[in-house]
Write a protein that binds this ligand. Structure first.
Ligand SMILES: Nc1ncnc2c1ncn2[C@@H]1O[C@H](COP(=O)(O)OP(=O)(O)O)[C@@H](O)[C@H]1O
Ligand SMILES: CC(=O)N[C@@H](CCC(=O)OP(=O)(O)O)C(=O)O
Length: 303
Protein backbone atom coordinates (compact mmCIF):
# COMPACT_ATOMS: atom_id res chain seq x y z
CA UNK A 1 0.00 0.00 0.00
CA UNK A 2 1.40 3.44 -0.91
CA UNK A 3 1.62 6.14 1.80
CA UNK A 4 -0.60 8.39 -0.35
CA UNK A 5 -3.63 6.16 0.40
CA UNK A 6 -3.23 6.88 4.14
CA UNK A 7 -3.33 10.65 3.72
CA UNK A 8 -6.84 12.03 4.25
CA UNK A 9 -8.01 14.47 1.59
CA UNK A 10 -9.02 18.02 2.64
CA UNK A 11 -12.67 16.99 2.08
CA UNK A 12 -12.28 14.02 4.46
CA UNK A 13 -10.63 16.27 7.06
CA UNK A 14 -13.45 18.81 6.74
CA UNK A 15 -15.99 16.03 7.40
CA UNK A 16 -14.05 14.89 10.48
CA UNK A 17 -13.89 18.50 11.72
CA UNK A 18 -17.66 18.84 11.30
CA UNK A 19 -18.18 15.75 13.46
CA UNK A 20 -15.77 17.04 16.11
CA UNK A 21 -17.52 20.42 16.10
CA UNK A 22 -20.78 18.57 16.77
CA UNK A 23 -19.36 16.67 19.77
CA UNK A 24 -20.22 19.18 22.56
CA UNK A 25 -23.74 19.52 21.16
CA UNK A 26 -24.18 15.75 20.96
CA UNK A 27 -23.06 15.47 24.59
CA UNK A 28 -25.27 18.35 25.74
CA UNK A 29 -28.45 17.18 24.02
CA UNK A 30 -28.36 13.38 24.47
CA UNK A 31 -31.54 12.29 26.27
CA UNK A 32 -33.29 15.64 25.71
CA UNK A 33 -36.59 16.11 23.89
CA UNK A 34 -36.86 18.42 20.88
CA UNK A 35 -40.25 19.34 19.43
CA UNK A 36 -40.13 20.15 15.74
CA UNK A 37 -43.00 21.83 13.92
CA UNK A 38 -42.96 21.29 10.18
CA UNK A 39 -45.14 23.89 8.46
CA UNK A 40 -47.36 23.28 5.47
CA UNK A 41 -45.44 25.82 3.40
CA UNK A 42 -42.12 24.09 4.05
CA UNK A 43 -43.63 20.75 2.99
CA UNK A 44 -44.08 21.46 -0.71
CA UNK A 45 -40.67 20.28 -2.00
CA UNK A 46 -40.13 16.47 -1.81
CA UNK A 47 -36.32 16.92 -1.84
CA UNK A 48 -36.49 19.16 1.24
CA UNK A 49 -38.98 16.80 2.88
CA UNK A 50 -36.48 13.97 2.48
CA UNK A 51 -33.74 16.14 4.05
CA UNK A 52 -36.09 16.99 6.92
CA UNK A 53 -36.92 13.31 7.47
CA UNK A 54 -33.18 12.45 7.55
CA UNK A 55 -32.56 15.19 10.11
CA UNK A 56 -35.29 13.82 12.38
CA UNK A 57 -33.94 10.27 12.09
CA UNK A 58 -30.41 11.51 12.79
CA UNK A 59 -31.60 13.26 15.97
CA UNK A 60 -33.15 10.01 17.18
CA UNK A 61 -29.99 8.06 16.26
CA UNK A 62 -27.79 10.32 18.43
CA UNK A 63 -30.03 9.93 21.50
CA UNK A 64 -32.27 13.01 21.20
CA UNK A 65 -36.04 12.36 21.35
CA UNK A 66 -37.67 14.22 18.48
CA UNK A 67 -41.43 14.78 18.45
CA UNK A 68 -42.74 16.10 15.13
CA UNK A 69 -45.86 18.26 14.91
CA UNK A 70 -46.94 19.15 11.40
CA UNK A 71 -49.10 21.79 9.76
CA UNK A 72 -50.84 21.71 6.42
CA UNK A 73 -52.59 25.05 6.00
CA UNK A 74 -51.96 25.35 2.23
CA UNK A 75 -53.03 21.72 1.69
CA UNK A 76 -56.29 22.25 3.65
CA UNK A 77 -56.86 25.40 1.58
CA UNK A 78 -56.41 23.47 -1.68
CA UNK A 79 -58.85 20.75 -0.60
CA UNK A 80 -61.46 23.29 0.54
CA UNK A 81 -61.15 25.00 -2.84
CA UNK A 82 -61.67 21.70 -4.64
CA UNK A 83 -64.78 21.11 -2.55
CA UNK A 84 -65.90 24.71 -3.16
CA UNK A 85 -65.97 25.53 0.56
CA UNK A 86 -65.11 29.17 1.33
CA UNK A 87 -62.40 29.81 3.92
CA UNK A 88 -61.23 32.87 5.86
CA UNK A 89 -58.66 33.71 8.54
CA UNK A 90 -58.69 35.91 11.65
CA UNK A 91 -55.20 36.70 13.03
CA UNK A 92 -53.72 33.68 11.25
CA UNK A 93 -56.44 31.27 12.45
CA UNK A 94 -58.79 29.58 9.97
CA UNK A 95 -62.46 30.16 10.76
CA UNK A 96 -63.65 26.55 11.02
CA UNK A 97 -67.29 25.49 10.65
CA UNK A 98 -68.32 21.82 10.96
CA UNK A 99 -67.63 21.05 7.26
CA UNK A 100 -64.21 22.75 7.41
CA UNK A 101 -63.32 20.84 10.58
CA UNK A 102 -64.07 17.59 8.75
CA UNK A 103 -61.83 18.56 5.82
CA UNK A 104 -59.06 19.77 8.17
CA UNK A 105 -59.07 16.43 9.99
CA UNK A 106 -59.10 14.48 6.72
CA UNK A 107 -56.11 16.40 5.33
CA UNK A 108 -54.08 16.76 8.54
CA UNK A 109 -54.63 13.40 10.28
CA UNK A 110 -55.08 11.58 6.96
CA UNK A 111 -52.94 12.37 3.96
CA UNK A 112 -50.30 14.73 5.38
CA UNK A 113 -49.69 12.79 8.56
CA UNK A 114 -49.18 9.54 6.68
CA UNK A 115 -46.95 11.17 4.07
CA UNK A 116 -44.64 12.52 6.76
CA UNK A 117 -44.63 9.19 8.61
CA UNK A 118 -43.67 7.51 5.37
CA UNK A 119 -40.77 9.93 4.66
CA UNK A 120 -39.34 9.39 8.14
CA UNK A 121 -39.70 5.63 7.87
CA UNK A 122 -38.01 5.64 4.48
CA UNK A 123 -35.12 7.51 6.06
CA UNK A 124 -34.77 4.60 8.50
CA UNK A 125 -36.85 5.86 11.44
CA UNK A 126 -39.88 4.31 13.14
CA UNK A 127 -42.48 7.04 12.96
CA UNK A 128 -45.99 6.66 14.35
CA UNK A 129 -48.68 9.11 13.23
CA UNK A 130 -51.22 10.29 15.79
CA UNK A 131 -53.61 13.18 16.30
CA UNK A 132 -54.73 14.67 19.61
CA UNK A 133 -57.71 12.30 19.45
CA UNK A 134 -55.51 9.21 19.89
CA UNK A 135 -55.78 8.10 23.52
CA UNK A 136 -57.44 11.53 24.04
CA UNK A 137 -53.95 12.94 24.38
CA UNK A 138 -54.86 16.54 23.49
CA UNK A 139 -58.06 17.91 25.01
CA UNK A 140 -59.06 21.13 23.28
CA UNK A 141 -61.29 24.01 24.21
CA UNK A 142 -62.84 26.56 21.90
CA UNK A 143 -60.66 29.59 21.14
CA UNK A 144 -62.19 32.90 22.20
CA UNK A 145 -61.04 35.88 20.12
CA UNK A 146 -62.00 39.50 19.82
CA UNK A 147 -61.25 42.00 17.03
CA UNK A 148 -61.32 45.76 16.85
CA UNK A 149 -61.89 47.81 13.72
CA UNK A 150 -59.05 50.25 13.01
CA UNK A 151 -59.86 53.54 14.75
CA UNK A 152 -62.44 51.95 17.03
CA UNK A 153 -62.00 51.35 20.75
CA UNK A 154 -64.68 48.67 20.91
CA UNK A 155 -63.57 45.03 21.02
CA UNK A 156 -65.99 42.62 19.36
CA UNK A 157 -66.14 38.88 19.92
CA UNK A 158 -65.53 36.78 16.78
CA UNK A 159 -66.79 33.23 16.52
CA UNK A 160 -64.05 31.05 14.95
CA UNK A 161 -66.23 27.92 15.15
CA UNK A 162 -64.28 24.71 15.83
CA UNK A 163 -60.90 26.36 16.32
CA UNK A 164 -59.40 24.89 19.44
CA UNK A 165 -56.48 25.38 21.76
CA UNK A 166 -55.02 22.61 23.88
CA UNK A 167 -56.41 22.77 27.40
CA UNK A 168 -54.74 19.50 28.48
CA UNK A 169 -51.90 17.48 26.94
CA UNK A 170 -51.39 13.99 28.36
CA UNK A 171 -47.74 13.25 27.65
CA UNK A 172 -47.91 9.53 28.46
CA UNK A 173 -48.62 8.43 24.86
CA UNK A 174 -45.68 10.49 23.58
CA UNK A 175 -43.40 9.14 26.32
CA UNK A 176 -44.43 5.56 25.57
CA UNK A 177 -43.68 5.94 21.86
CA UNK A 178 -40.38 7.76 22.41
CA UNK A 179 -39.19 5.24 25.00
CA UNK A 180 -39.94 2.41 22.56
CA UNK A 181 -37.61 3.98 19.98
CA UNK A 182 -40.42 5.48 17.90
CA UNK A 183 -40.87 9.01 16.62
CA UNK A 184 -44.32 10.53 17.30
CA UNK A 185 -45.70 12.52 14.36
CA UNK A 186 -48.60 14.66 15.57
CA UNK A 187 -51.45 16.12 13.51
CA UNK A 188 -52.87 19.32 15.06
CA UNK A 189 -56.36 18.04 15.82
CA UNK A 190 -57.76 18.03 19.34
CA UNK A 191 -60.84 16.57 20.96
CA UNK A 192 -63.36 18.52 23.06
CA UNK A 193 -64.65 17.11 26.34
CA UNK A 194 -67.88 16.43 24.40
CA UNK A 195 -65.96 14.54 21.67
CA UNK A 196 -66.05 17.41 19.13
CA UNK A 197 -63.22 17.73 16.59
CA UNK A 198 -61.14 20.89 17.01
CA UNK A 199 -58.83 22.37 14.39
CA UNK A 200 -55.73 23.65 16.19
CA UNK A 201 -53.14 25.93 14.66
CA UNK A 202 -50.08 23.71 14.26
CA UNK A 203 -47.70 26.19 15.93
CA UNK A 204 -50.02 26.37 18.95
CA UNK A 205 -50.15 22.55 19.07
CA UNK A 206 -46.35 22.29 18.89
CA UNK A 207 -45.94 24.82 21.71
CA UNK A 208 -48.41 22.98 23.95
CA UNK A 209 -46.68 19.65 23.27
CA UNK A 210 -43.25 21.21 23.96
CA UNK A 211 -44.48 22.64 27.27
CA UNK A 212 -46.15 19.35 28.31
CA UNK A 213 -43.05 17.21 27.71
CA UNK A 214 -40.62 19.81 29.09
CA UNK A 215 -38.79 20.03 25.76
CA UNK A 216 -35.35 21.62 25.64
CA UNK A 217 -35.98 23.11 22.23
CA UNK A 218 -38.93 23.98 20.04
CA UNK A 219 -38.18 24.41 16.32
CA UNK A 220 -40.74 26.01 14.03
CA UNK A 221 -39.80 25.39 10.38
CA UNK A 222 -41.43 27.75 7.94
CA UNK A 223 -40.95 29.46 4.56
CA UNK A 224 -39.10 32.61 5.65
CA UNK A 225 -35.59 33.15 7.04
CA UNK A 226 -37.07 33.96 10.47
CA UNK A 227 -38.78 37.03 11.89
CA UNK A 228 -38.08 40.06 9.70
CA UNK A 229 -38.22 43.70 10.73
CA UNK A 230 -39.97 46.35 8.63
CA UNK A 231 -36.81 46.73 6.47
CA UNK A 232 -36.84 42.93 5.93
CA UNK A 233 -33.73 42.38 8.06
CA UNK A 234 -33.58 39.15 10.06
CA UNK A 235 -34.16 39.57 13.81
CA UNK A 236 -31.84 36.92 15.28
CA UNK A 237 -32.73 37.17 19.00
CA UNK A 238 -36.06 38.07 20.62
CA UNK A 239 -37.58 38.06 24.10
CA UNK A 240 -41.32 38.20 25.00
CA UNK A 241 -41.27 42.01 25.52
CA UNK A 242 -39.65 42.50 22.05
CA UNK A 243 -42.41 40.36 20.55
CA UNK A 244 -45.17 42.43 22.22
CA UNK A 245 -43.71 45.51 20.50
CA UNK A 246 -43.49 43.78 17.08
CA UNK A 247 -47.14 42.82 17.37
CA UNK A 248 -48.43 46.21 18.47
CA UNK A 249 -46.47 48.14 15.81
CA UNK A 250 -47.66 45.81 13.03
CA UNK A 251 -44.23 44.34 12.12
CA UNK A 252 -45.69 40.84 12.35
CA UNK A 253 -48.95 39.73 10.82
CA UNK A 254 -50.84 36.65 9.59
CA UNK A 255 -49.27 33.28 10.40
CA UNK A 256 -46.35 34.94 12.22
CA UNK A 257 -48.72 35.98 15.03
CA UNK A 258 -49.63 32.46 16.29
CA UNK A 259 -46.01 31.42 15.64
CA UNK A 260 -44.55 34.04 17.98
CA UNK A 261 -47.39 33.65 20.52
CA UNK A 262 -46.35 29.99 20.62
CA UNK A 263 -42.69 30.85 21.18
CA UNK A 264 -43.62 33.13 24.09
CA UNK A 265 -45.91 30.55 25.70
CA UNK A 266 -43.27 27.85 25.27
CA UNK A 267 -40.33 29.75 26.78
CA UNK A 268 -42.51 31.07 29.61
CA UNK A 269 -43.53 27.44 30.31
CA UNK A 270 -39.85 26.46 30.70
CA UNK A 271 -38.73 25.43 27.19
CA UNK A 272 -35.09 26.66 27.01
CA UNK A 273 -35.45 28.24 23.58
CA UNK A 274 -37.79 28.37 20.61
CA UNK A 275 -36.31 28.84 17.15
CA UNK A 276 -38.06 29.94 13.96
CA UNK A 277 -36.11 28.38 11.10
CA UNK A 278 -36.16 28.52 7.32
CA UNK A 279 -37.48 25.13 6.21
CA UNK A 280 -36.44 25.94 2.61
CA UNK A 281 -32.76 25.60 3.59
CA UNK A 282 -31.60 21.97 3.31
CA UNK A 283 -30.79 20.51 6.76
CA UNK A 284 -31.58 23.85 8.47
CA UNK A 285 -32.23 22.05 11.74
CA UNK A 286 -28.91 20.18 11.81
CA UNK A 287 -27.01 23.37 11.07
CA UNK A 288 -28.80 25.12 13.94
CA UNK A 289 -28.32 22.28 16.43
CA UNK A 290 -24.86 20.94 15.69
CA UNK A 291 -22.79 23.88 14.45
CA UNK A 292 -21.57 27.13 15.98
CA UNK A 293 -23.47 28.95 13.26
CA UNK A 294 -26.94 29.90 14.52
CA UNK A 295 -29.79 30.24 12.05
CA UNK A 296 -33.22 31.89 12.06
CA UNK A 297 -34.76 33.72 15.03
CA UNK A 298 -34.06 32.50 18.56
CA UNK A 299 -36.64 33.31 21.26
CA UNK A 300 -35.60 33.09 24.91
CA UNK A 301 -37.42 34.09 28.09
CA UNK A 302 -34.57 36.52 28.93
CA UNK A 303 -31.68 38.15 27.02
N1 LIG B 1 -42.40 40.14 10.36
C1 LIG B 1 -42.51 39.01 9.69
N2 LIG B 1 -41.41 38.28 9.41
C2 LIG B 1 -41.52 37.11 8.71
N3 LIG B 1 -42.69 36.61 8.24
C3 LIG B 1 -43.83 37.29 8.49
C4 LIG B 1 -43.79 38.51 9.23
N4 LIG B 1 -45.07 38.97 9.32
C5 LIG B 1 -45.85 38.10 8.69
N5 LIG B 1 -45.12 37.06 8.18
C6 LIG B 1 -45.70 35.96 7.41
O1 LIG B 1 -45.73 34.79 8.21
C7 LIG B 1 -45.60 33.69 7.32
C8 LIG B 1 -45.25 32.43 8.10
O2 LIG B 1 -46.42 31.93 8.75
P1 LIG B 1 -47.33 30.77 8.06
O3 LIG B 1 -47.72 31.19 6.68
O4 LIG B 1 -48.40 30.42 9.01
O5 LIG B 1 -46.25 29.63 7.90
P2 LIG B 1 -46.34 28.06 8.19
O6 LIG B 1 -47.32 27.49 7.20
O7 LIG B 1 -44.95 27.60 7.96
O8 LIG B 1 -46.78 27.90 9.63
C9 LIG B 1 -44.54 34.16 6.34
O9 LIG B 1 -44.58 33.45 5.13
C10 LIG B 1 -44.91 35.61 6.16
O10 LIG B 1 -45.77 35.79 5.07
C1 LIG C 1 -56.99 26.94 13.36
C2 LIG C 1 -56.05 26.85 12.21
O1 LIG C 1 -55.74 27.88 11.59
N1 LIG C 1 -55.60 25.64 11.88
C3 LIG C 1 -54.69 25.42 10.80
C4 LIG C 1 -54.09 24.02 10.96
C5 LIG C 1 -52.96 23.75 10.01
C6 LIG C 1 -51.76 24.65 10.22
O2 LIG C 1 -51.62 25.37 11.20
O3 LIG C 1 -50.85 24.55 9.21
P1 LIG C 1 -49.58 25.47 8.91
O4 LIG C 1 -48.65 25.35 10.04
O5 LIG C 1 -49.06 24.89 7.65
O6 LIG C 1 -50.07 26.89 8.73
C7 LIG C 1 -55.45 25.52 9.43
O7 LIG C 1 -56.62 25.20 9.36
O8 LIG C 1 -54.79 25.93 8.46
Amino acid sequence: MSPVEHTPTPAMLAKAETLVEALPYLQRYAGRTFVVKYGGHAMGDPELARDFAEDVVLLKAVGINPIVVHGGGPQIGAMLKKLEIESSFVDGLRVTDAATAQVAEMVLAGSINKELVSWINQAGGRAVGISGKDANFVTASKVQRTTRDPGSLIEQAVDLGFVGEPSKVDRSLLDTLSAAGMIPVVAPIGVGTDGATYNINADTMAGAVAAAVGASRLFLLTDVAGVLDKQKNLLTDLTPPDIAVLRSDGTISGGMIPKLETCVTAVEAGVDAAVILDGRVPHAMLIEIFTRQGAGTLVRAKD
